[in-house]
Write a protein that binds this ligand. Structure first.
Ligand SMILES: Cc1cc2nc3c(=O)[nH]c(=O)nc-3n(C[C@H](O)[C@H](O)[C@H](O)COP(=O)(O)O)c2cc1C
Length: 178
């Protein structure tokens, strides 16, 4: 079900001027259990280097995650644990999904705390998709204007942090500051 929300957010971002984006689908990557981080390995699992390069290049990483047992799914943490330097100072825009009334807000809170462990930081905006089966079509089209308004506001915040943090990183690169 979460892929519905990912498809919708992806479509909205693609329709925004100056934005380039892609969906990185963890179900398709199907990474094995993490035994060591990518930067400490010379035999990475298939697809991991390409995944990590895409994450590293992104000005913002938007995560769309279902809530499982009041937290984030193990497969998401497993994928993030492979990374390290790729996430440093990366703004994370976290959208959560559930079929219940809270839209995965407990998953959001936990993922925010974990993001500091990677040297990343969560943007303050949230985007909970509650009762996802009723509110989004399979292709991600929302069934109510309320969802559209909330996604619009979320995209505005993503752009603000993308611009602010990438400008600072460009200044750092120009002055060769760490
Ligand atoms: C293992 C598991 C645990 C779940 N735990 C919660 C939960 O704690 N809170 C909640 O609102 N929904 C929970 N759900 C319902 C999911 O949020 C809902 O099924 C959602 O559509 C799952 O997204 P997915 O289809 O992308 O996996 C759980 C579902 C599964 C499979």
């Amino acid at each position: 079900m979460s892929v519905r929300a990912a498809r919708y957010l992806h479509a909205r971002l693609l329709a925004t001027e100056r934005v380039e984006t892609a969906i990185l689908d963890l179900a398709a990557y199907n990474f094995p259990i993490m035994e060591e981080r990518l930067h400490k390995r010379d035999d990475p699992p298939q697809g991991l280097r390409e995944f990590a390069e895409k994450v590293a290049r992104a000005d913002v990483l938007a995560i769309v995650s279902p809530e499982y047992n009041h937290g984030y799914p193990g497969v998401l943490k497993n994928a993030l644990d492979y990374l390290g330097p790729e996430l440093r100072r990366k703004p994370l825009a976290i959208a959560t999904v559930s079929n219940g009334p809270w839209g995965g807000l407990r998953c959001l809170e936990q993922l925010r705390l974990v993001s500091f462990g990677f040297g990343a930081f969560p943007i303050p905006a949230d985007l909970p998709f509650a009762r996802v089966a009723e509110t989004l079509e399979e292709d991600g089209t929302p069934k109510s204007p309320d969802v559209e308004r909330r996604v619009e506001a979320f995209v505005r915040e993503i752009l603000w942090f993308a611009e602010a943090i990438s400008s600072q990183k460009a200044r750092d690169a120009a002055s060769k500051s760490p």
